[in-house]
Design a protein around this ligand. Structure first.
Ligand SMILES: [Fe+2]
Length: 244
């Protein structure tokens, strides 16, 4: 099982404070059936983490995981918040950003929590990325009131080709009633959905297998398998099943 959104790098962002906590998070993930984790530290206007900083941290953590005999592989990635499209595109073109797996195929895109910081032309930006071979994955739309309250906005992004990453904890009720209800509704409405934990350390983590079980309860086994396969395709570099 792959967790494609996880703040697991030690002392890097608001994730684990130290190596011990990162290792414990990996141990718990392994117990849950996770074999691969994409480390997605934040990239936003207060903390701009680029490939050059992320890659060596991932290498170092993998060495520590081996030393501790924890059978989990960590892959490079980043949760990129976009408020300035011009800056994003310059960074993208300079290849300094770390997309999922440090490939170009998929990029985890977080909307700024304050709507006044949202860039104009978000739908066109999905097209801009796809033309360049990168499919954006919208991080936890169910947790954002501006997506919950405006279904047409999310429809437009998905129609343009974006995928949606629903957070395991939302489906399990850890983020309150609104994200839970919205997460369930998005799962029913869109096929282009993947799950991830968005864990931030031992105090904020959720079970991915439990969330897949919840998906199965809600929409059936076949669909739960499809959601899992779609997540796995992110690391396979395969663009995944086509939207139905
Ligand atoms: Fe995150």
């Amino acid at each position: 099982m792959l967790d494609l959104h996880c703040h697991i790098l030690p002392a890097t962002d608001d994730g684990p404070q130290n190596l011990e906590e990162s290792l414990e998070l990996a141990r718990l993930a392994h117990k849950d059936g996770i074999t691969d984790i994409i480390a997605t530290p934040h990239h936003h206007r207060f903390l701009r983490l680029y490939r050059a900083e992320i890659l060596p941290r991932v290498t170092a953590l993998n060495a520590e995981l081996q030393r501790a005999k924890i059978a989990v592989r960590v892959w490079p990635g980043c949760e990129i918040q976009v408020s300035n499209l011009e800056l994003f595109r310059a960074d993208y073109n300079a290849e300094t950003l770390c997309h999922l797996g440090d490939r170009r195929d998929f990029s985890l895109w977080e909307w700024p929590w304050e709507p006044r910081l949202h860039p104009d032309g978000e739908r066109e930006h999905v097209g801009w990325l796809l033309e360049r071979g990168t499919r954006p994955i919208v991080a936890h739309p169910e947790r954002h009131a501006f997506f919950r309250d405006d279904g047409a906005r999310l429809d437009a992004l998905v129609e343009a080709g974006a995928w949606l990453q629903i957070t395991a904890g939302s489906l399990l009720g850890h983020h309150g009633a609104d994200p839970q209800t919205a997460g369930e509704a998005m799962l029913r409405r869109y096929r282009e959905v993947v799950l991830a934990t968005d864990s931030h350390g031992l105090k904020r983590r959720s079970g991915l297998s439990e969330a897949y079980a919840r998906v199965e309860e809600l929409v059936g086994r076949e669909r739960a398998d499809e959601v899992k396969a779609r997540a796995a395709s992110v690391l396979a570099g395969f663009s995944g099943p086509e939207p139905v």
